[in-house]
Design a protein around this ligand. Structure first.
Ligand SMILES: Cc1ncc(COP(=O)(O)O)c(C=O)c1O
Length: 418
């Protein structure tokens, strides 16, 4: 990458984060301890304010080493296992579905709602109802005489993804799932902080919600995540399974004077804890969450303004509560002489780093083989994949860097218009 190239993503770290890391290094306690505990409390307090007036029980947060671990823990704690089916959007990252397979449960993909990047609540409802009647997840394909295709089993949970930081229609999703006894685990990897219309936060609505602090995310610890739940049973189980199935934290184990050496293993748990070095970074990033949110908003507004009237481009749907983790721009390649992939190559030649979110999971070899799926089974998800380019959107991006991206797109459209 040349010096003046614009990367796809860049974390926004300052002297406060540096000082926090040094503080932990000098403390002599590098693994999970006081910092992680404080991070969890502060995270709950951040989300808790708007939820306080709802019937939901008090939220508890659990710091983990990735959102993937968090999703695994949340599903495990919700009792998902062999023979169960979990509903997952096909338009998502690997993690959302792989955690279902870790537990030997099955994945039923759900297509995207037309004109959005989100799971279609109508398709969700139809798929749950088919599964509840003992049918395979999807109706027969044209000219087929069988009862349908895809996994069979009890629909136990749904994993809506707040794609790009824009909250899903949680009202509708909760209503569909609650009525049918289906658990809702929100994949809020992209969505911190993302607000629903009623002022509650995405990730704090379902039975559990999971956030990611991966390097490109809205607040970051390099690698890391947080699971949040208002369900005391889920909370209890996560607190045990997160660290080897021991029902107390490492910190307690070494500092509780009464029995510093004693512990009991009650389950074969995992090793998913977040070390204090990372938690300390997370605490500072959390304090700056609204500042970073505003910075992303400013960039997205600049893009929206520039691309809104361009006949070759489609700006992404958004709303006031959108955390703008991604800026997924649609390329109308039918109006151009080049396809989306060539468009990306041209941006790269101009020194602009971009990405594609996502390659749908139902066209991945593993899931195709597992459930006998075809690309056209989830047409909206496929359509999104073929047109979308994620533009750089990171808090430290200057206005002139955003202008450079805008100019690059404008000139490619101009040179290749039909
Ligand atoms: C939708 C979605 N869910 C989950 C994850 C997993 O996050 P992590 O890398 O923290 O495990 C990602 C990662 O990018 C994601 O995009």
């Amino acid at each position: 990458m040349a010096d003046n190239d614009i990367p796809f993503a860049l974390p926004y770290m300052g002297t406060q984060e540096e000082e926090a890391v040094l503080r932990v290094l000098r403390s002599g306690w590098l693994t999970t301890g006081k910092e992680a505990l404080a991070f969890e409390k502060e995270f709950s307090a951040f989300l808790w304010g708007p939820v306080r007036n709802s019937p939901q029980a008090e939220l508890q947060s659990f710091a983990v080493n990735s959102a993937t671990s968090g999703l695994h823990l949340a599903l495990e704690a919700s009792g998902i296992g062999p023979g169960d089916v979990v509903l997952v959007p096909s338009f998502t990252f690997a993690s959302t579905a792989e955690v279902v397979r870790y537990l030997k449960a099955d994945v039923a993909f759900v297509d995207t709602a037309p004109g959005t990047f989100h799971l279609d609540p109508n398709a969700l409802e139809r798929t749950i109802d088919r599964l509840s009647r003992g049918l395979p997840a999807y109706p027969p394909r044209k000219n087929s005489r069988d009862t349908g295709f895809g996994p069979r089993g009890k629909p136990k949970a749904a994993l809506p993804v707040h794609y790009g930081g824009l909250p899903c229609d949680m009202g509708r999703i909760m209503e569909i799932c609650r009525r049918r006894g289906v658990r809702v685990i929100e994949d809020a990897a992209h969505a911190f902080p993302s607000l629903l219309g009623d002022g509650r936060f995405a990730g704090a609505i379902g039975d559990a919600g999971v956030f990611s602090f991966y390097a490109t995310k809205t607040i970051t610890t390099g690698e890391g995540g947080m699971v949040v739940t208002g369900d005391p049973d889920i909370a209890k189980r996560i607190s045990i399974m997160r660290l080897h199935g021991i029902d107390r934290t490492v910190w307690n184990r070494y500092t509780d004077n009464r029995a510093s050496w004693y512990y009991e293993i009650v389950e074969p748990g995992y090793k998913y804890n977040l070390p204090d070095i990372l938690a300390a970074i997370g605490r500072i990033q959390l304090q700056r969450a609204w500042e970073l949110f505003e910075m992303r908003k400013r960039i997205a507004a600049q893009y929206d303004e520039a691309f809104r009237d361009n006949p070759h481009l489609t700006i992404p749907p958004s709303g006031a509560g959108d955390a703008r983790h991604l800026y997924p721009l649609g390329i109308k390649s039918e109006t151009l002489t080049i396809d989306r992939d060539t468009f990306i190559d041209k941006l790269k030649e101009k020194g602009i780093g971009v990405s594609v979110h996502f390659i749908p999971l139902h066209i991945m070899p593993y899931y195709k083989k597992c459930y006998g799926l075809e690309a056209e089974d989830f047409p909206e998800s496929l359509k999104n994949f073929k047109k979308v380019i994620s533009l750089p959107i990171w808090p430290g991006m200057t206005s002139s860097q955003v202008e450079r991206v805008i100019d690059a797109l404008g000139s490619i459209c101009g040179e290749t218009a039909r």
